[in-house]
Design a binder for this molecule. Structure first.
Ligand code: BGC
Ligand code: ZN
Length: 370
């Protein structure tokens, strides 16, 4: 079976590997699910793994199969799988349990272990191949009506977890009625965060570098959200016009923006950080002022990574709600389809070079008609 893989530690090593075809019985206790891969999205994480910034091969392999944003159709199930059946559209979660107490209760997204296992990222093969098998516990069903946009579920779960964390934390306030939100960044995650916050009835301002109009700015306004370009207005100016913000979702990929965000967070507000910044950037910040406003304003900042099964389920519901409330909107995010596992070079060229790309994804196989 063909698979798109890298040799961890070797920059630019993306290649076509040969992987043994899995069987439903590879998973014990009759809980195996065999999935035929249809589409796989790629993102900055794949770019960084191919640049050898991180990523590790599973034990016994030299290569790591990429792809953590999967979408597929069930082909076979083990005898103890009752919740899924052949023909179901599914997405598998990314992280697999380690040893911490959180891992043991299905919350491996909150692991305290140093080593973590993520399909397509670290120590486990991903979904950029023809078939995969996994335990039904890690596989989430989508309605057939979402098949066109199902490949967006995994990035949506990053947003769902972040927002859910914010609401969980804000239970400290007994009554929290967030009205104004800011989203930093208008890439895939920023756009999906704006969508999820609009679906929850918040007034949303998205800050992004590029001046409007761009496809991204149009997608923001199509949600009934506001787009502010930081090339013409500072975040501080944008916040004094449209803030203060009760919730800020940071998804720019740039750690600098975190500190500007801290400065425009409202009293009792919560700032959610989701950018994975692998670099070594150093900046000067107004430390006393930020600290004082956090102390006197009872503010919170929280980091979020990965997502648990419940966030995948929330994501399915939000994708469905978005299709009803903003018909066709999700489809417009799917800007760069690339066809076939043989086109791995094209896939990575689109990922690293395509102008105006929102979601680059591989069509591993055509979507079934029915
Ligand atoms: C993935 C997450 C993962 C994180 C860190 C992101 O690109 O979407 O599932 O936890 O990278 O590896
Ligand atoms: Zn990702």
């Amino acid at each position: 079976m063909k698979a798109i893989a890298v040799l961890p530690g070797q920059p630019g090593s993306v290649h076509l590997a040969d992987l043994e075809r899995p069987s439903v019985n590879d998973v014990p206790n009759g809980r195996g699910v065999l999935v035929r891969v249809l589409r796989v999205g790629v993102d900055g994480t794949d770019k960084e793994i191919n640049a050898a910034e991180y990523g590790a091969a599973p034990k016994g392999y030299e290569f790591l199969v990429l792809g953590h944003e999967g979408f597929g159709v069930v082909e076979a199930v083990g005898e103890n799988v009752t919740e899924l059946a052949p023909g179901d559209y599914v997405v598998a979660t990314v992280r697999r349990p380690g040893a911490s107490i959180y891992d043991r209760i299905g919350m491996q997204d909150m692991t305290t272990d140093t080593t973590y296992y993520e399909r397509g990222i670290n120590l486990r093969h991903g979904y950029l191949t023809e078939h995969y098998v996994d335990d039904a516990d890690f596989i989430v069903k989508l309605p057939a009506a979402l098949k066109e946009v199902g490949v967006l579920l995994e990035p949506t779960t990053v947003v769902e977890k972040g927002i859910h964390q914010a609401f969980e934390i804000q239970r400290r306030l007994r009554v929290w009625r967030p009205r104004r939100a800011a989203v930093m960044g208008a890439g895939t995650v920023g756009l999906l965060a704006a969508m999820a916050l609009r679906l929850r009835g918040l007034e949303v301002t998205v800050f992004a570098r590029k001046p409007a109009p761009t496809l991204n700015s149009e997608l923001v306004t199509a949600l009934g959200a506001r787009y502010v370009s930081t090339s013409t207005s500072s975040i501080a100016a944008g916040a004094s016009a449209f803030g203060p913000f009760d919730l800020i979702f940071e998804a720019t990929g740039s750690s600098e923006i975190v500190f500007e965000s801290l400065d425009v967070l409202g009293r009792n507000g919560v700032l959610v950080l989701s950018s994975v910044t692998g670099g070594d950037k150093k900046i000067e910040v107004p430390a006393d002022r930020i600290n004082l406003s956090f102390v006197l304003g009872n503010k919170v900042m929280v980091g979020t990574v990965n997502a648990a099964r419940e966030h995948f389920e929330m994501g399915v519901r939000d994708l469905g709600a978005a299709e009803l409330e903003f018909p066709g909107w999700l489809n417009r995010l799917l800007t760069h389809p690339v066809r076939g596992l043989d086109s791995y070079r094209e896939l990575f060229t689109a990922l690293t070079e395509a102008k105006g790309a929102i979601k680059v994804f591989l069509e591993v196989a055509p979507l079934p008609a029915a």
